[in-house]
Design a protein around this ligand. Structure first.
Ligand code: 5AD
Ligand code: SF4
Ligand code: FES
Length: 350
């Protein structure tokens, strides 16, 4: 127990200076007594710096084929119990057109690491979607710098690549064959090439410590990431971590809230995994510092096949249903849906 006075002091410092030492982050993460205070402060900072608007990004999960083998993920290459699919470029472009018709100004193209989408194919898709006057976020994994550069030149605006954990040893154990240094290299390249950079981490991975979550938050700050998405680890029985305990909603939103305190003007999604553990998860996350939601626009049976973890929300719903569902939830808490592209508006921190 650190005492509510200490907690209050730390939160007040974070709220006004947007800086915290690692020990203070650990105190906030370890002590549940201060949770509501952290959440309320994150809500205030969010309102002050990014306002009342919520940005919607239409998510297209265009291929569940992945050459990687992350121990936590249902799309890992060794999972034989998933029907694999990939959309063809015209279907992806059509889906982006549909996202546009719902008023989404950004489309997020997400997939496993599927090399059949080679550079020319991706450049073609990016060009076609840019003709719709939409912002494009890519979330398609680790690539060489030259490839990122071509995506950028073709018009891609943002890139999501979670660091997953800053604990290098844990990362390399859970993501066999992958190198933490290469992942960090990707993030630096993306930033230098002028992408808006999105990263984030999993909460509650087996073997992850509170101290390493504090390191994750400090890493986001050091990188000056433009977007941070965090979510609980959810055990998938089709993976080697199937019997491990899940991460928790509370700790996930606390990491998110502290991230809002330290990076006040960035975009922070209320993530799907949060709502998969708590039926009100996205609305609560929006009241704890989040300002973005990524409704799914993937069509038909494909949604069910993009199962990173069990219990994923919206798998039987249509894009139209998700659009009205999420709009209703946002309005129900007195927030509005942004009509803009939702780029980070960098602000002098005061
Ligand atoms: N539980 C929660 N999130 C997961 N992801 C992958 N597998 C799981 C899981 N079992 C997340 C990873 C990845 C993102 C696309 O999905 O953080 O970066
Ligand atoms: Fe592939 Fe990403 Fe899943 Fe790892 S987390 S197996 S890279 S889809
Ligand atoms: Fe998909 Fe609510 S956002 S059902």
């Amino acid at each position: 127990m650190s005492g509510i006075k200490t907690i209050n002091d730390i939160i007040s410092r974070a709220e006004h200076t947007h800086c915290l030492e690692k020990e203070n982050i650990i105190t906030l993460l370890s002590d549940e007594e201060g949770d509501e205070l952290v959440f309320a402060a994150a809500d205030r900072v969010g309102k002050k710096y990014v306002g009342n608007e919520v940005h919607l990004r239409g998510l297209i999960e265009f291929s569940n084929i992945c050459k990687q083998n992350c121990l936590y993920c249902g799309l890992r290459r060794d999972n034989r119990n998933v029907k694999r699919y990939r959309l063809d470029p015209e279907a992806i472009i059509a889906s982006a057109g549909q996202a546009n018709s719902y008023g989404y100004r950004t489309v997020v193209l997400q997939s496993g690491e599927d090399d059949s989408f080679d550079l020319d194919t991706m450049v073609y898709i990016i060009h076609k979607i840019k003709e719709l006057d939409m912002a494009i976020t890519l979330s398609i994994g680790e690539k060489p710098r030259e490839v990122y550069q071509k995506y950028r030149e073709a018009g891609a605006d943002r890139y999501l690549l979670r660091i997953e954990t800053t604990d290098r040893e844990l990362y390399e154990r859970l993501d066999p064959g992958m190198s933490w240094d290469n992942r960090a290299r990707c993030l630096c390249d993306l930033k230098e090439l002028g992408f808006e950079l999105g990263t984030g981490c999993l909460i509650g991975l087996p073997g992850q410590t509170i101290a390493s979550l504090a390191d994750d938050i400090l890493f986001f700050k050091k990188m000056d990431a433009d977007m941070i998405g965090v979510g609980p680890f959810i055990a998938n029985k089709e993976t080697p971590l199937g019997k491990e305990p899940n991460g928790t909603f509370e700790l996930s939103t606390k990491v998110m809230a502290i991230t809002r305190l330290l990076l006040p003007d960035i975009n922070i999604p209320a993530t799907t995994a949060m709502e998969s553990l708590n039926p009100d998860g996205r609305v609560l996350a929006l009241q704890r510092g989040a300002n973005v939601v990524m409704p799914n626009v993937t069509e038909g049976e494909y949604r069910q096949l993009y199962q990173l973890y069990p219990g994923k929300i919206c798998i039987n719903d249509t894009p139209a249903h998700c659009h009205s569902c999420i709009t209703g939830k946002i309005h129900s808490i007195g927030r509005t849906v942004s009509q803009g592209y939702g780029y980070r508006q960098k602000q002098a921190v005061s």
